[in-house]
Write a protein that binds this ligand. Structure first.
Ligand code: UPG
Length: 462
């Protein structure tokens, strides 16, 4: 695991295994240990560190040990290549520990062979649900994007229930020159087919049609154990999940407590998106114009005391005092989304955020940008019908593309927060949220699928 959007759910998963009485070891490199230690909390999970290859071998500067620290394109490729060098140290740990099973991220395709060397099954964890997994598989298999004449012509995703349409513009774009990444994706797919199976971060009731399709039509072995974020039950666990928060949790809760139930919109674009000043300004103006109370997470260098944020409109912070809260850096997202006063979420539709919004019973504004986020956005708007789009149509990468204007943002926020349609969507989201909680309780669908996984592993061992 290497990006926060992958590391955090993976730690949740480790906690889930631990809570069901299994011995768990997380294998990572030194610089990722603090994040992992914070998030595992009191669970007695072992952390085994292996050495990240040195700068002489990778060409990376010291301290680049996860994809957040290697976001620039030149660093990213070197980082991806460097992860291949983790194979030998991982195999050394496997030999020492002799686990019954290895769960590893999609970006470690070689780990299927590593595990096989010691007769250990490897299970892949992308942190995704069934809908995006199905779309990814169908697009890979049928290549519908090659049969359209333009980037904007819609096509149906073949052999997928529910008439889902996409355009070529919305598909993950791997630049031609980016051969290393393209090859890694290819290898990731091949190794997945050879692996023992896939753990989905989902619960059956959210997407039964796609859970069945993935297993029965696409023929993949999979277990749904999610939502994995629900292993964080206490406020403290939610507050400590992931990186250290840029806001004191008590201050944040006190602010939320002063608001009406379901009245606050939470705005956050995952762990990697960094918008330019022009876009930030439009978001600020859109939120202010909506008159909806908000918490807005901005990933742009923390502001030191007295320093101006040039991207904010003149006098913005004074005007929104009491009505809006800006968190510069890292927010305790799950704690915020679970709060009864938060009713809506403006999201980039990373799958973790998508599912955490569902668990929090939030209606959502979908603002997808890269990866498989356009698929997740479709899921929210067209399948479970708890989201409305902000209108972006193009895969743009992590820095943002064409600026979405204030009026559009204002309208979308009002649509999910105010009026009958908003209430209907939120009620539906709350129903799904309740189903999610039941799914992970004793006898629930995710709880039971965990038992199936253990049985499968046991029968394999005999
Ligand atoms: O201030 C923040 C920002 C993020 N998070 C957490 O970080 C995770 C972010 O995950 P996600 O919402 O999935 O976004 P990304 O970080 O962008 O995730 C990457 O990984 C996901 C899982 O594979 C993919 O769905 C996305 O497209 C991909 O960008 C979530 O658990 C959030 O709760 C916080 O707690 N605080």
């Amino acid at each position: 695991m290497q990006a926060n959007g992958h590391i955090i759910p993976c730690i949740d998963l480790a906690r889930l295994f631990f809570s069901r009485g299994l011995k768990v070891t997380i294998i990572t490199t030194h610089l990722n240990v603090p994040l992992i230690s914070r998030t595992i909390g009191k669970s007695k999970i072992n952390i085994k560190t292996i050495q990240f290859p040195s700068p002489q071998h990778t060409g990376l500067p010291e301290g680049c040990e996860n994809s957040e620290s290697a976001l620039a394109p030149d660093k990213f490729i070197k980082f991806m290549k460097a992860t291949i060098l983790l194979r030998e140290p991982l195999e050394h740990v496997l030999q020492q520990e002799q686990p019954n099973c290895l769960v590893s991220d999609m970006f470690f395709p070689w780990s299927t062979d590593s595990a096989a060397k010691f007769n250990i099954p490897r299970i892949v964890f992308h942190g995704l649900g069934f809908f995006p997994l199905c779309v990814l598989a169908c697009i890979r298999q049928y290549k519908p994007q090659e049969k359209v004449s333009s980037y904007t012509e819609p096509f149906l995703v073949p052999n997928l229930p529910g008439e889902i349409t996409l355009t070529k513009m919305q598909l993950p774009q791997v630049p031609q020159h980016d051969k290393v990444f393209a090859q890694l994706l290819e290898e990731s797919n091949e190794s997945e087919l050879k692996s023992y199976g896939v753990i989905a971060n989902s619960f059956y009731e959210l997407e039964p049609v796609y859970a069945d399709h993935y297993r029965n039509e696409l023929g993949r072995k999979a277990w749904h154990l999610g939502p994995v974020s629900l292993c964080n039950r206490e406020t403290e666990e939610k507050a400590c999940r992931g990186r250290e928060s840029s806001i004191d949790e008590h201050e944040c809760l006190k602010w939320l407590q002063s608001k009406q139930p379901n009245s606050v919109v939470y705005v956050c674009f995952g762990s990697m998106t960094v918008f330019g000043d022009a876009q930030l300004k439009e978001i600020a103006m859109g939120l202010e114009a909506s008159e909806v109370p908000f918490i807005w997470v901005v990933k742009k260098g923390a502001k030191s005391e007295g320093e101006k944020s040039e991207w904010l409109p003149e006098g913005f912070e004074e005007r929104i005092k009491g009505k809006g809260l800006i968190i510069r850096g890292w927010a305790p997202q799950v704690m915020i989304l679970d709060h009864e006063c938060v009713g809506g979420f403006v999201t980039h539709c990373g799958w973790n955020s998508t599912l955490e919004g569902v668990c929090g019973g939030c209606s959502m504004v979908t603002w997808p940008m890269y990866g498989e986020q356009f698929y997740n956005a479709k899921f929210l708007s067209d399948v479970v019908k708890i989201g409305v789009g902000v209108g972006v149509q193009t895969w743009i990468g992590m820095g943002g593309g064409e600026v979405v204007k204030k009026d559009v943002i204002e309208k979308a926020v009002k649509r999910i927060m105010v009026g009958d349609e908003a209430e209907e969507m939120r009620n539906r989201a709350k129903e799904f949220g309740n189903m999610a909680k039941r799914a992970v309780e004793v006898g629930g669908s995710s709880y039971n699928d965990f038992n199936s996984l253990i049985q499968d592993l046991r029968s394999r061992a005999h």
